[in-house]
Design a protein around this ligand. Sequence first.
Ligand code: DGJ
Length: 715
Amino acid sequence: MSIEIKNNQFHLRTKTSSYIFCVLSDRYLVHLYWGEKFENDVDLKYNADEYYRWRCGTYPFYDENSTNLYTTYDLRHEFSVVGGGDFRIPTFDAKYKNGSTVSEFEFESYKVYDGKPKLCSLPATYDEGGDAETLEVVLCDKLTGLKATLVYSVFEEYDVITRSIRYDNCGNDSILLKSCQSASVDFIGTDYKLLNLQGEWCNERSVEWQKVGHSIINIDSKTGMSSHARNPFLVLADENTDEYSGNAYGMALVYSGSFSMTAEGTSFGYTRIAAGINPYDFEWDLDKGESFQTPEVVMAFSNTGLNDMSRRYHKIFRERLCRGKFRDMPRPMLVNNWEATGADFTEDKIVDIAKAAAKVGFEMVVLDDGWFGKRDNDLTSLGDWYVHKTKLPKGLASLVNRVNEMGLKFGLWFEPEMISADSDLYRAHPDWCIHCDGRRRTEGRHQLMLDLSRDEVCDYIIKVVSDILESANIEYVKWDCNRNITETQNNSQKHKFMLGTYKVMEALVTKFPDVLFESCASGGGRFDAGMLYYMPQTWTSDCTEAVTRMHIQYGTSFAYPVSSMAAHVGKMAVGFDKFNGPMDTSAKVAMGANFGFEMDLSELSETETEQVKGYVEQYKLVRETVQFGELYRLESPFETPYASWMMVKDNQAVLFAHKTSTRNTVEKRQLKLKGLDKNKQYRCNDKIYDGETLMKLGFVIPQDSKGHMYVFETI
Ligand code: DGJ
């Protein structure tokens, strides 16, 4: 039993953590504790009782069951609203029929059950074979009849808790929802640091820490996508927390649209974290009898530092968020033609690339943008998902068969959520794009977005993508998305677009269970937990330059498993010094995730071909460990001139130890490894080492500017 209820207190226990809250005064849900696990029974309500402090601007009330005095501003809430004197960012904000925004939710009931419910129309973690236990707590705003059901699922073994909220309008009038956060947690203290994975196109998910103090820090996206700029993930940590010690509290939102994660430090010495759909341009009419479901937040605590927290995310995302037959399968090594040819190719050119790919042992060839409509550049044809007659005169099946005959699988690029103004689809349905009547339709990369809040648009996309997938033996789809939402007709459209996108994705991944789907949004513009529910991997970034890539993959690993990161050696590696150090470093960086190439292999010399063949052979030997092993970050490129990490699985450990600077130094570099068996010996490059020695004394890495990969096998 991971959920226990005693003395009006709800105690949620994972393998190493406890999360506790209570009902106060028969009304409020008051947060009491999130941290290291309590093995024994505890009664923490005294902690809420002892915290009444009068100040100008607080509004006292007496507990209905005692003489205790409280103020809502000095309570730590599980669910907070507008009104009553708690002036912090609310979990919930709405406008009722009388124009007021005041809510008064009171505790009504709870239930506990085995398993975990599916979230209506939204991606979420799932229970498999009794992994989870769920607590639902119902609150009711008696005046309006609006109910809020707070859903907590405990994945005890995975060491995580998930939260979401469902609103049911059981009253007589419609209600305008203005802000529906998925969860908020009030921490004691303000001396925390906050991790934000920030970035831009070609430089996604850089690690950035800032102090909370008494400020409001908002990590958000207003773009309709989770975005390149900020990621729907944060960590609140004690000031001295590092990779292997200290408290770290992670919150990851399972959502791919505009989001908001806010940290608010208050003068009373609390920090509130609230996470959910961005209220900035959100509104939702909730009619009588209707329900609204918020996205899910996945919460992971570690008192042994950031790395353990990340490993909890890796495991639950890999095993209980990703789905389908590829979830646990080694991901194919592929060659993608985009950086090699762009949209300028013929059937024979792709076959040439495939021949070269087959020769060195790759497993799949992916045809990127430019195979459809009249798409010779990015001015045209999105939405016209039928084969480009001049480039592929014999159709897709002819190309796919030729590729398959070489023993390679075939993959194809789509950008299903988009429409070009110059397309047959737009000419037939100019109203099918997201737009605001009477306003300009802002184009991004010369394209508009389909209004997937409309059923007929979703049905069309499902049909045309299905027709292509059924027309040939296509075993992988790269699902791209290259612009944001700029003008909407109303404030519910962005969320409705997201729900429509999820609906289309669900229909297609269900219909084509044998196709591996990879998400992409101009590289890593939509690398989030929501996407992983439909597609178990993501194109991490359009940047394939080795040093920037080290940073991107390192930052991404704070929340997302290695098996979800696609990493290719591309032209950017070749640009500055063909096929020596930099190419080798790029290959070593790409081998630290789902390995592939983005170049015209048919142009390589004999020596270069041998070099690539070597990488393919090496990767085959370590793929299982890299993709599914336990990840340990060792040296941060954001803090040191190095980028090092390692993966451990069964009898193998793979170490990646790169240098990010070309500075010449003789300083000794001795890296203490992690996660090995201290009682075993390991062989690496024909030398034998004790596991304990490697972890305590370390392993010597040469001080050159190349990337390094070492494989350790137990003997
Ligand atoms: C953006 C993607 O990130 C690239 O990999 C490539 O697929 C292009 N789009 C194609 O237009």
